[in-house]
Design a binder for this molecule. Structure first.
Ligand SMILES: Cc1ncc(COP(=O)(O)O)c(C=O)c1O
Length: 396
């Protein structure tokens, strides 16, 4: 079915519902998006009620809405509600999944050169601790992951394929559905880091066929900072070791024995920031109401305009590769440090960020990049904002 593009009127409405868009040009959505007002109001109201009526009393009142956050997340990624754990960021979610795996000496992990820093550090730690082998599949000269190389790298020792769907500091999108088919064919566990993709790209865990998937709230989902979630396929949940336990994730069977919860909330603890969970739910609902396929269409449209504009400016090199590219646009400016570009744009109320080599180490080292300017667009950005930023860059 054809996707109906966001109309000019809708974009103006969505901007009117986002206070921050009136004050500055925000192209740091890959860092943290501007939340819609409804998300902000939800969090503030909940905290106000907690302060007035008591934390437990407020939780009791909002119990149904708090549970609804799980249902909304499940809808967003086409999972079952019992496959979702809400945590405070993507790193925690990923850590709980990865460290739940029972690695032994000789096991292999397959990943790509686009993998995120935290994940690479965990691989290296596992290598040092258990003697696990890490195989990094490089992209080809066009920036696409070679699926045949990935499949050829699988051996009887391969325990896990771990892939970052969208890297932190370059615009390429990994073919997670095709990788999922390979993982399934060979019966290998499959972990996807969807930190930058959820809320930007339609993410469907059944289609991707992954066993575990980690997400943050604050980026393309437009949720408050300090939110995230983990998906774990129902049949895998019992196979992962828990990293911590309390009286919420487990319950007493007898005085000397306990049993672990029968859903993904076994990966959570009891105490959490309920105001933020409610805010996360509102943000997910907001994205669902717009339609993630429409968001993705608009983000790609704006990112294309931005890349073309940047390429037309002398001295600017764009560093996004691959057949499919997303809202993260990375570039460098001849002779000018990325941090200086960021500061110059900030003087004009334009937010961008600097992507450092360490965030996507293999990719950046291979392309001899120590840092890039990262301008990441969301659906609420406009063509006019892109022109304003490019004019500033031209003047530099
Ligand atoms: C691809 C990717 N994965 C994981 C993370 C970590 O997310 P969080 O800061 O929510 O733990 C980031 C953060 O920038 C990221 O870009």
């Amino acid at each position: 079915m054809a996707i109906i593009p966001l109309s000019e009127q809708e974009i103006q409405q969505l901007r009117a519902e986002t206070k921050g868009t009136a004050e500055r040009i925000h192209f740091n959505n890959a860092g943290s998006s501007l939340p819609p007002d409804v998300v902000l109001d939800t969090v503030i109201n909940y905290l106000t009620e907690e302060a007035s009526y008591g934390g437990y009393e407020t939780e009791y009142k909002y119990n149904a809405e708090l549970n609804n956050t799980y249902a909304l997340i499940a809808r967003l990624i086409n999972a079952d509600v019992n496959e979702i754990a809400v945590v405070e960021n993507a790193s925690t979610a990923w850590w709980l999944a990865f460290n739940g795996i029972d690695f032994k000496a000789g096991d292999e992990i397959i990943t790509s050169e686009m993998e995120y820093v935290t994940n690479l550090i965990s691989f290296t730690h596992t290598k040092k601790t258990y003697g696990v082998k890490i195989k990094v599949i490089p992209n080809d000269e066009h920036g696409n992951l070679s699926l045949s190389e990935l499949e050829a790298a699988i051996s009887p020792q391969t325990k896990l394929i771990a892939i970052t769907h969208i890297a932190s500091s370059t615009g390429g999108v990994m073919p997670v559905v095709k990788i999922g088919k390979i993982a399934r064919k060979h019966g290998v566990l499959y972990l996807v880091d969807a930190c930058q993709s959820a809320g930007q790209v339609p993410v469907d865990v059944r289609e991707i066929d992954c066993d575990m998937l980690s997400v943050t709230g604050r980026k393309y989902l437009r949720a408050p900072r300090g939110t995230g979630f983990l998906y774990v396929r129902k049949t895998i949940q019992g196979k992962l070791k828990l990293q911590f336990m309390d009286g919420f994730s487990t319950e007493w069977v007898t005085e000397t024995d306990y049993k672990i919860r029968d859903d993904a909330r076994r990966f959570e603890l009891y105490e959490k920031n309920r105001a933020l969970i409610l805010g996360l739910g509102k943000a997910v609902e907001y994205a669902l109401n717009i339609g993630v396929d429409r968001i993705w269409q608009r983000v790609q449209y704006l990112a294309n305009i931005l890349r073309n504009q940047l390429r037309s400016i002398e001295g600017i090199s764009v560093h996004d590769f691959g057949d499919e590219q997303c809202g993260i646009v990375t570039f460098t400016v001849n002779e000018i440090d990325s941090a200086v570009i960021k500061a110059k744009l900030a003087e004009k109320q334009i937010n961008v960020s600097v992507g450092l080599a360490k965030s996507t180490l293999f990719f950046m080292n291979k392309n001899h990049l120590s840092s890039v300017v990262r301008a990441s667009v969301h659906y609420y950005n406009t063509e006019k904002e892109i022109i304003i930023m490019c004019d500033v860059l031209r003047s530099l």
